[in-house]
Design a protein around this ligand. Structure first.
Ligand SMILES: Cc1cc2nc3c(=O)[nH]c(=O)nc-3n(C[C@H](O)[C@H](O)[C@H](O)COP(=O)(O)OP(=O)(O)OC[C@H]3O[C@@H](n4cnc5c(N)ncnc54)[C@H](O)[C@@H]3O)c2cc1C
Length: 413
């Protein structure tokens, strides 16, 4: 009897690898160390699964800084539209939200996971949960199977889809990196990405929970390094929220040289003159009040005291006594509230792992290793990480599906 294709890891990439191979009529064994499949998938998109994005292929590729081109073949083989049709066939209807983000209509990740596991059953994939893989078996330059805690499983091909290092309680503990290294693969530096940031300033804890919409955050090195416009959030340790997560990829790299300065423009839609006119109008309206009571139209209540403190202004100063120079200090803070990032949160709290199995050692058309024949990689274990918006899951689905199909089409000696 023919040895099966062995897929290691029952996350987004592993499930799609098993589907890709089984649809081509190959026998497939899917090994997952948890008691159930798709634990991380269940918590994606805050339990709603942002499965993909409606953006065109070129835009997709740009969402994977530095490494997007590697994904062209995988995305062309299973595009966002293919994925939407696929889920429609499985009975999971999808909807499009802000920024082209695609979610199940039911808003429930568990509907996605149960549709996928149902399909695996129909495809007769041999799913073995509670099965922890310990390493790879290989002979004469080709993979021959895997070693598990329960013994060996022979395979004509092995697809490693063990994920990255983030949220380890979902099973993503980076096991596959060691196996890749053991057979001669390079694993590039592993860093957290899409991760909240810790700041030196302790006042952020006083405003924790405060969300700022329509602000612009700039990352500074000796010069401007990057900026994002949108929504952010203060936490007990620093900052988080969509634009901070996006900038975190850059900040994490900058932090390797030392603390990183951020500025928040609280009113990016107004230039300095317009903002000053706006301020003067408010000062006029509240001329009999203290400064701290004159800013409530302009700023969220929680932010007034920190902004005044950072501008070195006395909160109880009567508004009519504020000098032009003091007004300039206030404008400086409103357009560039400073924060100093000292560290990212630990990788366990990151949405994705940046870095992984080096792409130059993988054939992008098949996901096969260039080092060991019939060994494939898919998903977050690869050195690809994208921004938020459904891109990371689509990359896991597409690379998994391509690896599965390629393994099924591969030599069967
Ligand atoms: C909180 C959170 C929210 C997210 N939300 C989104 C979102 O909405 N949209 C989006 O696009 N991306 C999102 N992501 C990112 C996305 O979830 C991942 O990029 C994606 O799940 C990676 O899929 P994967 O299959 O490569 O890895 P994983 O999903 O991590 O799966 C790896 C699997 O391998 C198993 N495994 C590991 N080691 C072994 C072993 N030794 N033996 C057997 N099995 C093993 C693990 O138990 C796990 O089930 C989110 C991530 C997090 C943490």
């Amino acid at each position: 009897m023919t040895d099966p294709i062995v897929v290691v890891g029952g996350g987004a990439a592993g499930i799609f690898a098993a589907i890709g191979a089984a649809e081509k009529k190959a026998p497939v064994v899917l090994l997952e160390k948890n008691a159930r499949l798709g634990l991380k998938l269940l918590i994606t998109g805050k339990g709603r699964s942002n499965l993909t994005n409606t953006a065109p292929l070129d835009h997709f590729v740009q969402q994977f800084p530095g490494h997007g081109r590697f994904l062209y073949s995988a995305f062309a083989n299973l595009s966002n539209n293919d994925l939407i049709s696929f889920f429609h066939r499985l009975g999971v209807e999808l909807k499009v939200e802000r920024g082209g983000r695609v979610f199940p209509v039911s808003d429930r990740s568990k509907d996605v996971v149960s549709a996928l596991t149902g399909y695996l059953t129909r495809l007769k994939v041999d799913v073995r949960t509670n099965t922890k893989v310990l390493g790879l078996l290989h002979k004469n330059g080709r993979v021959t199977g895997v070693m598990t805690e329960q013994g060996t499983v022979a395979g004509r091909a092995v697809i490693i889809a063990t994920g990255g290092l983030s949220y380890p309680r979902t099973g993503s503990t980076g096991d596959g990196y060691a196996w890749a290294r053991a057979v001669g693969h390079t694993v590039t530096d592993l860093r957290p990405s899409l991760v909240p940031l810790e700041t030196e300033e302790k006042w952020v804890a006083d405003v924790q929970g405060l969300t700022l919409k329509n602000v612009k955050v700039t990352v500074w090195g000796p010069k401007k390094r990057g900026e994002e416009f949108g929504e952010m959030l203060f936490t007990h340790f620093g900052v988080s929220g969509p634009i901070i997560l996006t900038l975190s990829r850059l900040v994490v790299r900058e932090l390797e040289q030392g603390p990183v300065r951020l500025t928040i423009n609280l009113k990016p839609a107004l230039n300095r003159e317009t903002l000053e006119r706006r301020l003067l109008r408010d000062f006029d309206k509240y001329s009999g009040k203290h400064l701290k009571n004159a800013l409530k139209d302009l700023l969220p209540q929680k932010l007034i005291e920190p902004v005044l403190k950072l501008s070195r202004l006395e909160p109880h100063k009567p508004v009519h006594q504020v000098t032009k120079q003091e007004r300039q200090l206030l404008l400086d803070t409103l357009q560039g509230l400073p924060l100093t990032v000292t560290a990212p949160r630990p990788i366990a709290e990151a949405i994705v792992t940046s870095g992984g199995v080096a792409l130059k050692e993988i054939n992008p058309k098949t996901m096969e290793s260039k080092i060991l024949s019939q060994l494939y990689f898919a998903g977050e274990i690869l050195d690809v990480d994208g921004y938020t918006g459904g891109y990371n899951l689509q990359a896991a689905f597409s690379t998994g599906y391509l690896a599965g199909q390629s393994a099924a089409a591969g030599r069967n000696e």
